[in-house]
Ligand binder design. Structure first.
Ligand code: KIV
Ligand code: ZN
Length: 515
């Protein structure tokens, strides 16, 4: 079987989703999980875009040894050099250089001629190739570019040493037939096409990212660039779990394989949703809550007689163990760690004593601790480890009744100092958010607030996500707790910490640039 490489760009293109900003520790938790999942390439960030991205790429490069670790770079000297420096610690380092090739982008964005773009691309690939073996080149907006110009630029960068050529459908405009035909044409026309890996990179604006990626595979692409849960700019990128399971389930049709450990799909998907706060639609293929649920009596009857009647994949294949009871209050540390490992959720550098303490507290409150609870716990821990949070929730008391105005008392630790505040609000969550805002002096706009039970039962962990914005920048805060008001407060504090983290970066960057 031919092998299709899975290139994961959750930490780069995926992070460009509104509200998906992750701190370094969160990125490391995702990278560790991507390694368990078996992805071939991790695009860890865009090193030249900020100090934070540079750090994240470098730390991922230090952390994982099996997958290739890449940084994105424009064709500028500073970008290429930063990317090379960031991936230096990687066992298998690489760089992903891109420049736009459509006439629309050349005329209205780059203000460059076709010749100048080719020269810039060749220059950047040549420079990178002096330091790195693995050089990927992308023609941004390739699907709206003149195919003959693509032949010209790809021929030139292959001669300069690029070993992977990516043909992005940047705007999600292509149709499967067209996108497949583009690969066929390029592979026929570009000299040396058989020596390099052809890569598909699709956006989902018309809901065709997965179909387009599969059409590319049927026409010789041997790398798919995708993100977990399909997160990404606008309508998102090709969804990793959908494209991988399509290839596996319809193997006889595609005649190719991926190296993905499909049992790790579900834990990976849930971990990302927990960390970013971007919810998974309940009807999302493969990982949505309803993906394997049968409601209609006739379907339930059919499934009970033989699952094959209505199921084309087994839930276990994607790591879904239907809320298998794993641990309880008598479970020890060994069982806790072993189950995390089975789920592929090793805590890495996280504080294991703290995590186990939180697990015990949870098991005391909740009789049954399910896999989903453990995934939420690890996500909550990765949110706090390694990064010094400015704000910490110490204590919360909220009272309310149908006859009285909700009243909240909140104690926070701000830069190590405890502060206490009280106030009323239009509902318990509102009261508590107002007090937190007064104590911190932060009043961002609350764009969205959502609460969800992680598992069934009235003692379930409540998972709260809030999207807040400041200066047109959005961040997502997340918190989970058996008490949803406490979970709401944790989510808001988490969002304020992310905004603070971002402010500090901006201050540092401004200080570096100078007045
Ligand atoms: O969508 C796109 O064109 C990209 C490139 C940078 C590869 O993300
Ligand atoms: Zn993209």
């Amino acid at each position: 079987m031919d092998r299709v490489q899975i290139f994961d760009t959750t930490l780069r293109d995926g992070e460009q989703s509104p509200g998906a900003t992750m701190n370094v520790e969160e990125k490391l938790a995702i990278a560790r999980q991507l390694d368990h999942l078996g992805v071939d390439v991790i695009e860890a960030g865009f090193a030249a875009s900020s100090e934070g991205d540079f750090d994240a790429v470098r730390r991922v490069a230090e952390l994982v040894s099996r997958p290739i670790v890449l940084s994105l770079a424009r064709t500028r000297e500073q970008d290429v050099d930063r990317a090379i420096r960031a991936v230096e610690p990687a066992k298998r380092p690489g760089i992903h250089i891109f420049i736009a090739t459509s006439d629309i982008h050349l005329q209205h964005k780059l203000m460059m001629s076709r010749r100048e773009v080719i020269d810039a691309a060749v220059w950047a690939v040549t420079r990178a190739k002096r330091h790195l073996d693995y050089v990927e080149f992308s023609a941004e907006d390739a699907s709206r570019s003149d195919p003959e110009y693509l032949v010209e630029i790809f021929t030139a960068v292959i001669e300069a040493g690029a070993c992977t050529i990516n043909v992005p459908d940047t705007t999600g405009y292509a149709l499967p037939e067209e996108y497949g035909a583009l690969f066929r044409r390029l592979r026929e026309r570009v000299p040396g096409a058989e020596r390099i890996i052809w890569s598909a990179h699709c956006h989902n604006d018309l809901g065709m990212a997965v179909a387009n990626s599969l059409a590319a595979v049927q026409n010789g692409a041997r790398q798919i660039e995708c993100t977990v849960n399909g997160i990404g700019e606008r309508a998102g990128n090709t969804s990793m779990e959908e494209v991988v399971m399509a290839i596996k389930t319809r193997r006889e049709r595609f005649g190719v394989d991926t190296g993905i450990v499909t049992e790790q799909i579900y834990p990976t998907s849930r971990l990302l949703a927990q960390i970013t706060g971007i919810p998974i639609p309940i009807n999302k293929p493969i990982v949505g809550d309803n993906a394997f649920a049968h409601e209609a009596g006739i379907h339930q009857d059919g499934v009970l007689k033989n699952r094959l009647n209505y199921e084309i994949m087994k839930p276990e294949t994607v790591g879904l163990d239907s809320n298998r009871l794993v641990l309880g209050k008598h479970s020890g540390r060994h069982a806790f760690v072993a189950r995390l490992k089975e789920l592929g959720l090793e805590l890495g550098d996280l504080d294991m004593n703290r995590a186990f303490g939180r697990f015990k507290a949870l098991a005391d409150q909740k009789k049954n601790v399910y896999d989903e609870d453990l995934i939420a716990l690890v996500a909550e821990e990765s949110r706090h480890s390694g990064v010094r949070d400015r704000y910490e929730l110490v204590y919360l008391n909220v009272t309310s009744s149908s006859m009285a105005v909700p009243y909240a008392t909140v104690k926070l630790r701000i830069d190590g100092e405890e502060v206490l505040g009280h106030g009323t609000g239009d509902g318990m969550v509102d009261a508590c958010y107002k007090v937190i805002s007064d104590l911190t002096g932060q009043h961002p706009h609350l764009e969205r607030y959502a609460v969800k039970a992680i598992t069934g039962g009235t003692d379930a962990l409540g998972d709260v996500t809030c999207l807040v914005s400041e200066d047109a920048h959005t961040v997502t805060g997340q918190g989970s707790h058996t008490d949803i008001i406490q979970a709401s407060a944790l989510a808001y504090v988490n969002a304020l910490n992310k905004l603070e983290y971002r402010r500090q970066y901006r201050r540092r960057q401004q200080a570096e640039v100078g007045p």
